[in-house]
Design a protein around this ligand. Structure first.
Ligand SMILES: [Zn+2]
Length: 112
């Protein structure tokens, strides 16, 4: 049985343990504001920061400008690391099965 963890929002399957808490700041976009995210490392937290910022703003400006110069990330002990980010949109493909019908011109060719 699985449910959402009330602390981190992740799916919990029995022995769930929350990822460590980090805080991040993107100086170009957030002034002095620091927000929280959960991740396994500083670098994961930096990537989360950009994803959350893009999704939160709805503008996807980090993705559209293919990155951002500086993301500051601090762990629970206050150790700060700084990252530059490169971003790219990921193409998504959707397939719809073509059902053979009398007026489908490709029906004969794909016959095995
Ligand atoms: Zn959790």
């Amino acid at each position: 049985m699985s449910s959402r963890c009330e602390t981190c929002g992740g799916w919990s399957f029995g022995g769930h343990k929350c990822d460590p808490l980090f805080t991040y700041n993107i100086p170009e976009m957030m002034d002095d504001e620091w927000r929280e995210t959960r991740a396994l490392s500083h670098v994961d937290a930096a990537e989360n920061a950009c994803e959350e910022n893009d999704r939160g703003s709805g503008e996807y400006s980090i993705m559209r400008y293919e990155g951002i110069n500086v993301v500051r990330v601090r762990d629970a002990e206050g150790v700060e690391k700084r990252f530059s980010i490169v971003a790219e949109p990921v193409p998504t493909y959707y397939a719809t099965e073509i059902i053979d019908s009398a007026d489908d011109p490709t029906a004969e060719e794909v016959e095995g």
